[in-house]
Design a protein around this ligand. Structure first.
Ligand code: F6R
Length: 369
């Protein structure tokens, strides 16, 4: 039941404040973060972990990519992200001190399941971040940290993505507490950020009308680029994937710093570029670098759509459109930034007269390798 919405995807984008809130419930309090499923693994085991590999495909891998920055920053363990189907075939270096975190909405993605089984055979501790109760991947894993986004019907993943980032962040905070890498002050700050998040997500969802207008004039666009830095980088990748999937438009996401190493050659007159601008308050250096990137592409004719936090006026002289989001610390910005990009894909797909929920050639769950 679409509950009055024009598509399941529209409904699910709109449910994201609840997806985040429900995923936090029972795991976060003023005392900090505790995930009972991880406590059951034993704190000693979590203290001994010296390397984390996140495995996933598609959108779930971008959630993992965002999460890798937070876990590394908070729990001070090296974290890498690998696509499930690449992981197995590289003969990865694994030990009993390695932790593999798999991320899968369905919990049935064959590539990810096979990667998890491979890790288990090698004695690695496995945690599954999954949205589907009792799916195969969480059942096979040592621990399951469920996202509580509710059933996701649209092929393009939206609310599961924000719930995945939330769950991975909680794992990072749990690890940080157990490993003692976090001051009480930092812990409080992260808890505050989380508690304020659902209301901010709800506000970000209200960017739809502005985005719909943008998409309207862009219905004939053949290519869209997305730029981000740090946690904004995987959001750029996710924005591009959404557009490919449901609007069938060529799109690419780049790390903003990579621009001058090649992609800037693509910039031509009128080329639309979404730029995810980090907060000038919580990451002033990255902010100024991204503003320079905007100047560089604007000078070459790009049509710049800047996604900024409210009150950031630095981009105004160089942006054609500015999408404003509520204020959040750097690590929490992706949970807001992705929302206008989801709307953009949906609105462009709609403007092209396509079926938003059932894109061609794609299935909701990929159960073959
Ligand atoms: C993108 C999308 C896919 C899935 C990927 C993994 O919108 O839906 O990229 O994210 O196939 O699926 P799960 O999370 O079920 O393992």
């Amino acid at each position: 039941d679409k509950g009055g919405w024009s598509s399941f995807m529209a409904k699910e984008i709109n449910e994201q404040a609840d997806a985040v809130g429900n995923t936090l419930r029972g795991r976060i309090s003023s005392a900090g973060v505790e995930i009972p499923e991880l406590t059951a693994l034993g704190d000693d085991r979590l203290r001994e972990i010296d390397r984390i590999i996140i495995i996933a495909c598609g959108t779930a891998s971008y959630a993992g990519h965002v999460g890798s920055y937070a876990i590394e920053q908070w729990a001070r363990v090296p974290v890498e992200v690998q696509l499930s189907h690449e992981f197995r075939y590289r003969d990865p270096v694994l030990s009993d001190r390695t932790l593999v975190i798999s991320v899968s909405q369905s919990g049935e993605t064959m590539d990810t399941l096979m990667a998890v089984k491979y890790a288990i055979e090698r004695g690695v501790t496995t945690i599954s971040v999954c949205n589907t109760q009792s799916a195969t991947i969480p059942r096979e894993s040592d621990a399951a940290v469920y996202t509580h986004a509710g059933p996701e019907v649209a092929v393009a993943s939206t609310k599961a993505f924000v719930a995945q980032i939330t769950a991975i962040y909680l794992i990072g905070l749990h690890l940080a507490r157990v490993r003692g890498t976090f001051s009480a002050e930092e812990q409080t700050r992260a808890v505050e950020q989380f508690e304020a998040l659902p209301a901010k997500v709800a506000e970000a969802i209200e960017t739809r009308d502005q985005i719909a207008q943008l998409a309207h004039w862009m219905a004939d666009t053949r290519s869209v680029l997305f730029l981000g830095r740090h946690v904004g980088y995987p959001i750029a990748l996710e924005g591009a994937l959404k557009l490919k999937e449901i609007a069938y438009i060529h799109a690419e996401g780049f790390a903003a710093g990579e621009l001058k190493h090649g992609p800037i050659a693509l910039i031509d007159h009128g080329q639309p570029v979404f730029v995810l601008v980090p907060s000038p308050r919580t990451s002033p250096i990255m902010h100024s670098k991204v503003v320079s990137n905007i100047q560089e592409i604007r000078a070459r004719g790009a049509r710049v759509i800047a996604v900024v936090e409210k009150g950031d006026t630095a981009v105004l002289p160089y942006a054609d459109d500015v999408v404003r989001l509520p204020l959040a610390d750097t690590l929490f910005e992706p949970l807001l930034q992705v929302i206008p990009l989801q709307w953009f894909a949906l609105e462009l797909s709609t403007a092209k007269g396509l079926d938003v929920d059932q894109p061609r050639n794609l299935a909701k769950s990929v159960t073959v390798e």
